[in-house]
Design a protein around this ligand. Structure first.
Ligand code: KG4
Ligand code: ZN
Length: 406
């Protein structure tokens, strides 16, 4: 029974498309992403060439309502998923019959959002008799860089987005050591909430920007030293993150400044650039210090190759140039190379899911027949959690001058 199923899966995995289509005879994967507020799809061949893609962002709607409302996100995914997948297929010139497999994010993320992508994908693979590859959203963020650079395992990765912050050693596809993770909220979430509390949507330069983008823009003209926020977890020698306390410090300062300026909550403060600069600076310092310790832990435990050890920085917050510069200082002092995918591939999209599908297809790892029922998982740690070992190692950071250029 098992062998029979395995044989029929092997048959399904053969390249089926005619040589007349855009791609040469290389297996084709459709990737689908709906874990948060972006509906994305892409068709990719086995070499990593993007044949067609489509992305529908819900950012505008959520900015107007002051945050992601899960039922609204679900409704928007439902309204757009069919069209987005159709567009990616049409742009690629590939028919469903020519696909080799469908890869879809099934964890972690918003339950209602994940559900839409998963339900659509399961219907699709059954209708077209295609294998299904369930994807871990954070694994996809971590592996995207391999689509763009010839990077071999293992490497260190810092993933920072609206829903996550983690440091991990990527040892292989589906093989990660989790060194640290956020204990409360993610940095993108913090930046979005601070931006909302500062009413940055009322700022003429910021009304179409995400919170993180708005803070980066305003920080360029701000004095990062005017308000000194405490960098979180200074006394905890591990690689975990915490941003809730920092947000509390920022909120207290905003309240104080509102009182001083005699304005209500919801009014743009005159010192908004300086608050943005201090916020961004403290987030950058926190990320840099935890990453510094992670690099030292990896060295002490031989977790990275001696030849060209690499730190990959990805996720929506990784598009922040100031944070990139802070991480660059860390990689310079620890002798690592820093790789960041371009901003377009740092944020959520269907391409990274298709690529993760290709990586799994090449390895024959995690590929399911079309009729297997798969569940989504809103919470799902990435890999084996060794954050307690990292804490026990209690690595003290040498003091370095983190003079981040503006
Ligand atoms: O990876 P992503 O698209 O979605 C999640 O999985 O969360 O990341 C979105 C997050 C948002 O919180 C947004 O404010 C943040 O990334 N972000 C930025 C920048 N661009 C987007 N944060 C800081 N600086 C930026 N330039
Ligand atoms: Zn993401």
């Amino acid at each position: 029974m098992f062998q029979c199923r395995a044989r029929s899966l092997q048959r399904l995995l053969r390249c089926k498309h005619a040589s007349g289509s855009k791609a040469s005879c290389s297996r084709l994967v459709l990737g689908i992403e709906t874990s948060c507020d972006d509906t994305g799809a892409a068709v990719m061949d086995e070499t990593g060439t993007i044949l067609g893609e489509s992305l529908h962002s819900q950012k505008e709607v959520h900015l107007r309502s002051g945050g992601i409302i899960p039922t609204v996100a679900q409704q928007l995914h439902r309204e757009n998923i069919e069209r987005v997948v159709q567009e990616a297929l049409e742009r690629s010139g590939v028919t469903p019959a020519e696909l080799c497999a469908v890869a879809t994010t099934v964890k972690p993320g918003l339950a209602l959002s994940l559900g839409v992508g998963l339900q659509f994908s399961q219907r699709f693979v059954r209708e077209h008799n295609k294998p299904f590859i369930p994807i871990h959203h954070m694994e996809a963020h971590a592996l995207t860089v391999r689509m763009l650079h010839p990077l071999t395992f293992p490497f260190l990765v810092l993933l920072v987005s609206g829903g996550h912050s983690l440091l991990a050693v990527a040892r292989g596809v589906g093989d990660f050591l989790l060194l640290g993770h956020t204990l409360d909220e993610a940095p993108g979430d913090t930046l979005d909430k601070v931006a909302r509390r500062l009413s940055l949507r009322k700022h003429p330069q910021c009304f179409t920007l995400s919170g993180g983008q708005a803070i980066e823009l305003l920080a360029k003209d701000g004095d990062r030293k005017r308000f000194g926020f405490r960098t979180p977890m200074g006394q905890t020698p591990d690689c975990c993150f915490s941003f809730a306390g920092l947000r509390n410090q920022i909120t207290m300062l905003i309240k104080k400044k509102e009182a001083e300026e005699g304005v209500e909550e919801g009014t743009l403060l005159s010192c908004v650039n300086d608050i943005a600069a201090a916020t961004q600076h403290t987030v950058a310092l926190h990320l840099a210090k935890r990453t510094h310790r992670a690099a030292l832990f990896c060295k002490a435990n031989n977790l990275l190759p001696s030849d060209n050890p690499t730190l990959v920085l990805s996720g929506g917050v990784a598009s922040n140039q100031y944070i990139r510069k802070a991480l660059m200082i860390i990689t310079e002092v620890t002798g690592l190379r820093l790789l960041c995918p371009p901003a377009k591939f740092c944020t959520d999209n269907g391409v990274m899911i298709a690529w993760n599908g290709v990586e799994r297809l090449r390895e024959g790892n995690g590929i399911l027949p079309p009729d297997v029922d798969v569940s989504y998982e809103p919470k799902a740690p990435l890999g084996v959690d060794i954050s307690a070992e990292v804490r026990a190692a209690a690595i003290r950071l040498p003091s370095i001058r983190l003079k981040i250029p503006n």
